[in-house]
Ligand binder design. Structure first.
Ligand SMILES: Cc1cc2nc3c(=O)[nH]c(=O)nc-3n(C[C@H](O)[C@H](O)[C@H](O)COP(=O)(O)O)c2cc1C
Length: 174
């Protein structure tokens, strides 16, 4: 993989990238902004696992946090780097929520905004540390381990919960 060749794709701060999935994380909806930025057609996306756009430099711990938060019925916030169809990349600040119909979780819903550059610079450093943490334990433990490391580190260094930290990072640089 020639990482140096990847270029960043950006979108306007007024735009929202929206997708919906079923309970397993298979895409059931993508809005036009999603298709334009990620450069996929609707046909390419629907029915695919959401990890189709997963970027290899994302720590596995972030997705562990995403799924464990959703499974406990709560919403998740986080900075995510994604691959486009052509293996370029784009950063988002994502809010992922359970999609509740008549009191039952029927799937998940994600709304993403364009993140401030300074917030990305900060989170990239933290994600590099998470990747290092993931190398120190057995692969089967890595994602839970680095997610716990992230929450502990934020608490120790910023006296904030993970959610408070990422929301303040997003707002502070807006
Ligand atoms: C509503 C929703 C939105 C998601 N959005 C993304 C996303 O933008 N990028 C991404 O890599 N994973 C996203 N995920 C997580 C993926 O389902 C998957 O867990 C992740 O790509 C890691 O792949 P893996 O679980 O196969 O290791 C999303 C999941 C849900 C339920």
């Amino acid at each position: 993989m020639s990482v140096g060749a990847e270029k960043e794709i950006t979108f306007k701060t007024s735009e929202l990238i929206i997708s919906k999935t079923d309970l397993q994380g298979k895409l059931t909806y993508a809005n036009r902004t999603f298709m334009r930025v990620a450069n996929y057609s609707e046909l390419d996306l629907l029915g695919q696992n959401h990890n189709i756009i997963r970027h290899p430099s994302m720590p596995r711990g972030v997705f562990y946090g995403l799924w464990s938060t959703l499974k406990s019925g709560r919403e998740f916030f986080g900075f995510i780097k994604n691959y486009t169809y052509d293996k370029d990349y784009y950063w988002v600040f994502a809010n992922v929520t359970p999609d509740v119909v008549n009191g039952k979780i029927t799937g998940y819903y994600s709304v993403r905004r364009s993140p401030p550059k300074q917030a990305i610079a900060n989170i990239e450093k933290i994600y590099l540390q998470m990747l290092e943490q993931e190398k120190t334990v057995d692969r089967s433990q890595a994602s839970e381990f680095s997610w716990n490391w992230l929450m502990d580190t934020i608490l120790n260094e910023h006296q904030q919960s993970y959610e408070e930290f990422v929301l303040s990072l997003y707002k502070q640089h807006r």
